[in-house]
Design a protein around this ligand. Structure first.
Ligand code: LCS
Length: 393
């Protein structure tokens, strides 16, 4: 169904759906590795591009295409490429857009492995990377070199919750002929549409809000332009980090309720943040919805809501944070985020363990930072759980 002129919730439900020959209301799982050609000529035409028939699931599959077209419409993009994981999306984008001698500028507070793979792996192939605080535009400007090809930002950043100005970055990118890539995992297209704000590529770990149920890992990339889409699809197919049909079926089910889940989670998050900011054992809290967040005003301009992720530190430092993590029971002590369930974790020793201590500190990932992903449970229960945990600290 064409949903170009429809509202976001209508797109969530109908975008990318196709007429299944049996009239199935849900998109079926085409659990097949390969597809029969009608004739030798048809096979040749599929390979040459004269026919758009399916060939082989690493290259394309109807269940996967349904998700790719759904998310492309949600992000107002040209088309989407689904991947095996969020890291699959990130490495595919790096592979497609960087080469020996090229340079990427990235946020210093990106998801640990998104930084680690540049420092430890792409560096072996002659790719240079600089990590700066992208919320400070002058740091981006100062890092630009003649061989800079990509400006990569994550906003809000994981786990510092720092916000980068997408419109301003898009202008810098245009002025210097860079490709602007935005990791939109923390917001999803419901809260933030980077392509509308001037980015060229947006990507997600769909493991988080888009799927939303902590039951699959996956990723997706959406581009604004056809040319970039072709390059990125090529890299995904050749590296073989495709999503599989069952993963696509799961995420198509999860994404239908994205707006409902986020509305509830962010309503809860505002109350949790308010509780934490007034608690005597809490030293600091970073949540874009609080006036105390240094970029609260910027958040209001580029995000439709403040989301449900926050970080905070306790007056007793890491030891106190550890006590809290061991004494909450409703919040699961687990990495990942953006699911229906509330999660708590310690980035310095968990998700960002791959980043050196010095670089963590430079990026603001202090040892006392506790990350909290607010779920859709009854907010009174989430607060009671935190309150009981804090009593034990
Ligand atoms: N981008 C962001 C912002 C992320 O938070 C993650 C994973 C990824 C990309 C990678 O996606 P994946 O391959 O895991 O699907 N973040 C995690 C986190 O904060 N805890 O566990 C995973």
């Amino acid at each position: 169904m064409k949903t170009d002129n429809k509202g976001f919730n209508t797109k969530l439900i109908h975008a990318g759906a196709f007429d299944d020959p049996y009239g199935s209301a849900a998109v079926p799982i085409y659990q097949t590795s390969t597809f029969k050609f009608k004739s030798a000529q048809h096979g040749a035409d599929c390979f040459s591009g004269k026919s758009d028939g399916y060939i082989y699931t690493r290259i394309g599959n109807p269940t996967i295409r349904a998700f790719e077209q759904n998310i492309a419409q949600l992000e107002n993009g040209y088309d989407g490429v689904a991947t095996s994981s969020g890291m699959g999306a990130i490495t595919t984008v790096y592979m497609a857009l960087l080469g020996a001698g090229s340079h990427i500028i990235s946020s210093d507070a990106v998801y640990g492995p998104a930084r680690g793979v540049l420092e430890q792996d792409f560096s072996r192939f002659g790719v240079e990377a600089s990590f700066v605080n992208t919320s400070k535009l002058e740091q981006i400007q100062a890092a630009i070199k003649p061989n800079t090809k990509v400006l990569y930002i994550e906003t809000p950043a994981n786990p510092t919750m720092e916000i980068t100005d997408i419109v301003a970055c898009a202008k810098i990118a245009r002025d210097h002929k860079l490709i602007l890539v935005v990791d939109n995992t923390f917001c999803s297209p419901y809260l933030q549409k980077p392509l509308d704000l001037g980015a060229n590529v947006v990507l997600h770990s769909i493991t988080k809000f888009i799927n939303g149920h902590a039951d699959i890992v996956g990723g997706v990339i959406v581009t604004k332009e056809a040319e970039l889409y072709k390059k990125i699809r090529h890299s995904m197919v050749y590296m073989g980090c495709n999503m599989d049909p069952t993963q696509s079926f799961m995420v198509l089910r999860g994404v239908r309720t994205l707006a409902l889940r986020i509305d509830r989670a962010q309503e809860n998050a505002l109350k949790v943040a308010d509780f934490l900011q007034n608690h005597p054992k809490v030293a600091w809290i970073r949540f874009p919805g609080l006036k105390s967040h240094p970029q609260h005003e910027l958040a209001k301009t580029q995000m439709k809501g403040f989301g449900s992720m926050m970080s905070f530190g306790l007056k007793g430092g890491y030891e106190a944070g550890k006590k809290l993590m061991d004494n909450v029971h409703l919040a699961l002590l687990a990495v990942s985020l953006g699911g229906v369930e509330t999660l708590i974790q310690h980035p310095a020793s968990m998700t960002h363990a791959a980043v050196s201590t010095q670089d963590k500190l430079k990026a603001g990932i202090t040892d006392d930072l506790v990350r909290f992903s607010v779920g859709i449970e009854d907010v009174e229960d989430i607060i009671e759980d935190l309150s009981n945990g804090l009593d034990k600290v």
